[in-house]
Write a protein that binds this ligand. Structure first.
Ligand code: NAD
Ligand code: 13P
Length: 352
């Protein structure tokens, strides 16, 4: 019996792949307990079966990751409190809009010495300002929380195609090393960086740039325009991160969580895909409507993040410094047409 018991909170597309990776490691390394408990937000499938029951029967998440064997040591559990019972390592991987409610339900129900890691790309905006998800987890649960971000299109990693990821941590490198041991495989190359805010903001903000990249695809503007949009978005990502947290390091933007994730998501991500459909419909169908049809239960993070980012920029009086982020939000909320991503003069003339 291993020392550390692992629980995964979330079982969507990336949640299922992360669980598969983790389960392949816990069974091989004696410091981890073999079984990995995965919380499933329960739903009834069109066949009438419960999702968690089919996962436990077939070792496959037929809704969010069809055709991929998760491992016989993965136990799907629809009971959130039971999932985390006795767990020493908690992996959070849900759409960011649900995390606060989940943490509130878990407060006081986890081991005080447990450690957490967030794979969630997003942020929370409160009256007192913006809050990173790792900080929210630490504040509500009172435990250390690292982050793992990277160029990680889940379906590709599910097929064990080579990819990299970055773990961000604060102060406690020993804990970061334990997370690395849990995640690293020959096809999933993980590095660690002492810049938790930088890593988390890269993962969060690139979703907004990916929406712009998708708009450009939908407008059929070609590779050069898309590259220009990505470059300008990347600059605003860096400028915003450093304004919010002066400790953020430039070098973080050259890790997998930075430029690599930006490229992967702008070419192969869901935010890009739905934004392309939005532009092709000339902005006549809302993102919510398209998300339902295109993603079938999977969730976009970029549209809400663009809105949250907008609120932070207005609140801090930074809106003039971030014309690109502001424009993406106005397009997503249908205040501007998709083509404005090209007309935004500060985008075209950006010399920042
Ligand atoms: P997903 O978008 O595939 O699926 C949505 C999930 O939300 C499902 O598990 C669904 O059951 C759950 N859900 C629906 N309503 C809910 C509710 N009311 N409360 C709680 N859960 C509910 O999920 P995902 O791809 O695992 O994304 C989780 C996080 O991982 C996101 O922050 C995303 O940005 C990040 N991420 C995703 C990928 C990827 O390629 N999919 C890669 C890296 C990071
Ligand atoms: P999407 O949510 O746009 O698919 O991005 C996935 C991702 O974060 C890849 O690293």
């Amino acid at each position: 019996e291993g020392v550390y018991k692992v629980a995964v909170i979330g079982s969507g597309n990336w949640g299922s792949v992360a669980t598969k990776i983790i389960a392949s490691n816990t069974i091989k390394q004696s410091i981890f307990h073999d079984d990995v408990r995965m919380w499933v937000f329960e739903e009834t499938l069109t066949t009438g079966e419960k999702l968690s029951e089919t996962i436990n029967k077939n070792h496959e998440n037929c809704k969010y990751l069809p055709g991929i064997y998760l491992g016989s040591n993965v136990v799907a559990d629809p009971d959130l409190e039971n999932t985390v019972k006795g767990a020493d390592m908690l992996v959070f991987v849900t759409p960011h809009s649900y995390i606060k409610g989940i943490c509130k339900r878990l407060a006081g129900k986890i081991k005080p010495e447990a450690k957490a890691i967030s794979l969630i790309k997003g942020m929370e905006v409160k009256k007192e300002g913006s809050c990173m998800i790792s900080k929210l987890i630490t504040e509500v649960l009172g435990i250390n929380c690292c982050v793992l971000m990277g160029a990680n299109i889940a379906n590709e990693i599910a097929e064990e195609k080579l990819s990299e990821a970055t773990i961000g941590y604060r102060e406690d490198q020993e804990v970061a090393n334990r997370w690395l041991q849990l995640f690293a495989t020959p096809y999933f190359l993980v590095s660690i960086v002492e810049d938790i805010e930088g890593v988390e903001l890269c993962g969060t903000l690139k979703n907004v740039v990916a929406l712009a990249a998708g708009l450009v695809d939908g407008l059929e503007m070609g590779h050069n325009t898309k590259a220009a949009i990505m470059r300008i978005g990347f600059k605003e990502m860096r400028a915003f991160s450093k304004l919010l947290f002066p400790s953020v390091k430039d070098s973080t933007f050259f890790e997998s969580c930075g430029v690599a994730d930006l490229i992967a998501t702008c070419f192969g991500g869901r935010n890009r895909k739905v934004a392309e459909a939005f532009a092709r419909n000339r902005g006549k169908r809302s993102f919510n409507d398209l998300e339902e049809g295109v993603l079938q239960g999977q969730k976009l993070q970029g549209v809400l993040t663009a809105q949250e980012l907008f609120e932070v920029l207005i609140d801090r009086g930074w809106e003039d410094q971030f014309p690109f982020f502001i424009t993406v939000n106005k397009i997503c909320t249908m205040q501007l047409p998709p083509r404005s991503i090209l007309q935004c003069s500060s985008v075209l003339n950006s010399t920042q």
